[in-house]
Design a protein around this ligand. Structure first.
Ligand code: FUB
Length: 339
């Protein structure tokens, strides 16, 4: 939701009408990546903090330094905060801005994927390992080779393959890359060119490296054309997520400056994906970022908003709500403040 509209919000009324409430209130949390590991819900969010860094379009005021893992015994239980799972000071290659993370589980080991800026100001994605889903996690000494930009989301397919989706424009720096190569002079495409696309790479068996060159995944309109840069209501901005439903692959993402969480449907983890619609209308705060997690036979959207901080865009709170796949495969759109 654009910041200029926040002055007019009656937060007491808005919170009363919200379809869900923050899962924790003692710290600010955002970008929730939720997983159902061994019969329990684990949420891997960003840990938002106050910062005196001036606001800019690159998100410099999102100055997060560590990660906390939350867990819930069931969808109705209180969320438990397990404390610091990883701090930027313990990541040799990273300097600042511990943005949206995700996690995976394989053979009793847990992997935390996270983006951070190096001393040269460039984002890369790292991985840290633990034998517990709540950490503490030990970071690999270097970032994942060939990784770049932000918002890693890991997807375990039914055949045991793991894929890492990533990328985000503006502060996420994706516009600086073409064919996996950085050039500081690269910018966004012009309005009538195809929009930049999210990136995916299959992971190696140890889940620590890319098993292949990262590639773009295509998001197409109903006519089979790539979405254009000017199509701000539908084109990819950041916050990749993948879930599978009824044999189809659902790639979901944020449209950033238009504040929608949208999805596109495909037949393989690599796509192509055809735009399907909106999952979530704009929330309070500039950013919108989510995950979708199957818990027993239902699907839940984990998302965030800035209602607890009364509109401070970098002080967000994670929430959850059930979503519904309709018989034709489309997902019913959620309006976050219409309870
Ligand atoms: O939390 C920092 C950034 O804001 C995330 O990486 C983006 O997806 C947006 O939510």
């Amino acid at each position: 939701m654009p910041e200029e509209s926040i002055d007019h919000i009656d937060f007491d009324e808005l919170n009363k009408n919200a379809v869900s409430q923050p899962l924790v209130k003692h710290i600010y949390t955002a970008d929730p990546s939720a997983h159902y590991f061994n019969g329990k819900i684990y949420i891997y969010p960003s840990h938002d903090i106050e910062s005196d860094i001036p606001f800019d379009d690159l998100g410099s005021h999102f100055a997060m330094e560590d990660y906390h893992v939350l867990s819930m015994d069931s969808i109705d239980s209180e969320a438990t905060d397990h404390g610091i799972a990883l701090h930027v000071d313990d990541v040799a290659w990273a300097e600042k801005q511990m943005w949206a993370p995700d996690a995976a589980h394989k053979d009793g080991t847990y992997y935390l994927y996270f983006p951070a800026k190096k001393a040269d100001g460039i984002f890369q994605i790292g991985v840290a390992v633990s034998d517990s889903p709540t950490g503490p996690f030990k970071a690999q000494p270097e970032a994942i080779k060939g990784s770049y930009s932000i918002d890693p989301a890991v997807f375990e397919d039914e055949d045991g393959s793991y894929y890492l989706y990533f990328g985000g424009i503006w502060g996420g720096q994706l516009q600086k890359y073409r064919n996996n190569t950085y050039n500081k002079d690269n910018e966004l495409p012009t309005p009538n060119e195809p929009a930049l696309l999210p990136i995916v790479a299959k992971l190696t068996d140890d889940l620590l490296e890319f098993a292949e060159e990262p590639k773009e995944i295509q998001i197409l309109d109903a006519e089979g054309n790539l979405l254009l840069e000017a199509d701000n209501d539908r084109r990819f901005f950041e916050a990749s997520w993948m879930h599978k439903y009824n044999g189809k692959y659902y790639f979901s993402y944020s449209t950033g400056d238009t504040h929608f969480i949208c999805y596109a449907i495909g037949d393989t983890p690599y796509g192509p994906f055809t735009y399907g619609g909106r999952i979530l209308e704009p929330v309070v705060g500039w950013t919108s970022h989510h995950s979708i997690c199957a818990i027993k036979d239902k699907y839940y959207l984990f998302y965030h908003d800035s209602s607890l901080s009364r509109g401070v865009t970098h002080l967000r709170s994670v929430k959850m709500i059930e979503i519904e796949h309709q018989p034709d495969g489309h997902i019913k759109t959620i309006s976050p403040y219409t309870n």
